[in-house]
Design a protein around this ligand. Structure first.
Ligand code: F6P
Length: 467
């Protein structure tokens, strides 16, 4: 890797995120296996030129990670913080994924939630401790004047805390989520809302995936903190794109081709495939997608036995009951659709929950229609990846509430994610798109989707921060 080990206090480029580029699992025999994660940030960071001393500060997440820290096992250039488990759980599950995620994705069912009680305050203190641990580690390891790029809602307080410890640093923050509209953001207790905003405004640059999220943040800052709130901070927009080179190479390896054959068998000869790939997570709107597909089959019987909905829904954040319940609901609705329509040779919904990147790529390649209908999404990289690797062209049904819609909307079939019958109509339109139109759109989508590859995305931020 291009990034080398940073010793002592000599790192000149630092990244901080909850989940790091590598994770460890502990085998029954006590052995540790490391696994490198994918994603834009990982490939973006490898763009740091050789000669740069960089350090990625992240959190030890599972038992394997903690054991690796205890044994002093690690990758050069990666510093895992072993923050006590209770603090991490309260910060990650309690605040990050139950409060901040819900606020920015508009997920509360407001007659009964949110309730900001004593338990919330206890979790908030853990979130502060968690953010302080990152700020201290970064302050300890950064060279004078170093650039520090802090990632996401888990670490919203870090820029402000780090600024207090090291005023010489160039600090950037990047939100990978949407930003809530001001009236929704103000569901949060006033002191917490102000603290979050001041935390982010401790950065020299606070960045977002789209103009829309950046504007929402600016509006929140001014409404909550006053008209001068934005005086010391620049707001940036960097629309992370798909990594075309990596995807095209990876999607033609034998493991992907093998899985394509298996999937084709599941779909059946001559049938169309409506594909979706998501973490099973409330904002992804998987259930309404299934209901739209059911409506399509109910109202346009000509599609029965001629189409299969291939839904990959990979469980995530299963420590939280609300995510577990949603995962169960996805399975229940998929089953109900199959019960209603299946015939001896045709299973209308093929649901896979075992995370398998090669199989996702296989589905990307053979999809006729891609369904990306989140309630809200910072960007949604699946919408950008599918057109890049598609073999024969793929029609994209895309929520207008996904950040990706800002760049891809012109060539997609746009849906309001709450509108189930509208989504069913969009699926029908996508399935009947003339081949020439579909090819033309897929090419345009792929161009727009790869405009800012991860490496460029990262370097742009670094350059802007240093400027
Ligand atoms: O969408 C924001 C984001 O931080 C992504 O970058 C990431 O994939 C996900 O949320 C975090 O998920 P997890 O809780 O599994 O780390």
């Amino acid at each position: 890797p291009a990034h080398r080990a940073a010793r002592g206090t000599d790192a000149t480029v630092l990244v901080a995120s909850n989940r790091g580029p590598v994770s460890y699992s502990l085998g029954d025999d006590g052995g540790l296996t490391s696994r490198r994660g994918g994603g834009g940030l990982v490939s973006g960071l490898s763009a740091i030129g050789s000669g740069a001393d960089s350090l990625w500060v992240c959190s030890a997440l599972g038992e394997g990670d903690r054991e690796a820290v205890r044994r002093g096992v690690g990758e050069p250039g990666v510093l895992m913080l072993d923050i006590d488990e209770e603090t991490h759980a309260a910060a990650y599950n309690g605040i990050a994924n139950s409060v901040l995620w819900f606020v920015h994705h508009l997920l509360y069912q407001t007659p009964l939630e949110p309730v900001f009680d004593a338990e919330f305050r206890r979790q908030w203190e853990a979130y502060e401790r968690y953010n302080r641990a990152f700020a201290r580690a970064l302050a300890d390891r950064a060279a004078p004047g170093a650039a520090v790029l802090v990632q996401d809602y888990h670490l919203a307080l870090v820029p402000g805390l780090l600024r207090d410890l090291r005023s010489d640093l160039r600090i950037g923050h990047f939100s990978h989520t949407p930003w809530a509209p001001v009236d929704y953001f103000r569901l949060l207790p006033d002191d917490i809302a102000a603290q979050l905003l001041r935390g982010l405004l401790g950065a020299d640059r606070t960045c977002f995936l789209t103009r829309r999220w950046a504007d929402a943040f600016g509006e929140c800052a001014v409404r909550v903190l006053g008209p001068d709130a934005l005086a010391g901070t620049r707001i940036g927009v960097h629309g992370l794109g798909a990594d075309a080179e990596f995807l095209r190479e990876r999607s033609h390896r034998p493991d992907v081709t093998e899985r394509m054959a298996a999937l084709r068998e599941q779909i059946g000869p001559g049938r169309r495939a409506i594909v979706r790939v998501d973490r099973t997570e409330l904002s992804k709107n998987i259930v309404r997608g299934l209901l739209a597909y059911r409506h399509l089959l109910r109202t346009r019987p000509e599609w029965r036995e001629r189409v299969v909905h291939v839904a990959f829904a990979y469980p995530s954040r299963q420590d939280l009951a609300v995510y577990r319940d949603y995962t169960a609901e996805v399975a229940r609705v998929a089953e109900a659709v199959n019960e209603e329509f299946a015939t001896p040779g045709w299973t209308p919904v093929v649901l896979h929950v075992q995370d398998d990147f090669a199989r996702s790529l296989a589905a990307y390649r053979l999809a006729d229609v891609a369904l990306v209908n989140p309630i809200r999404d910072g960007m949604n990289l699946v919408a950008k990846e599918i057109p890049v690797v598609s073999d024969a062209g793929c029609a994209l049904v895309l929520s207008r509430e996904a950040g990706a819609h800002e760049e891809l909307g012109e060539y997609a079939i746009t849906v309001n994610p709450y509108d189930v019958t509208g989504t069913a109509d969009a699926l029908h339109t996508a399935l009947t798109l003339p081949e020439k139109d579909r090819t033309r759109r897929t090419e345009a989508l792929a161009r727009a989707a790869t405009a800012l590859p991860p490496a460029r995305w990262f370097l742009d931020q670094l350059e802007a921060l240093r400027a």
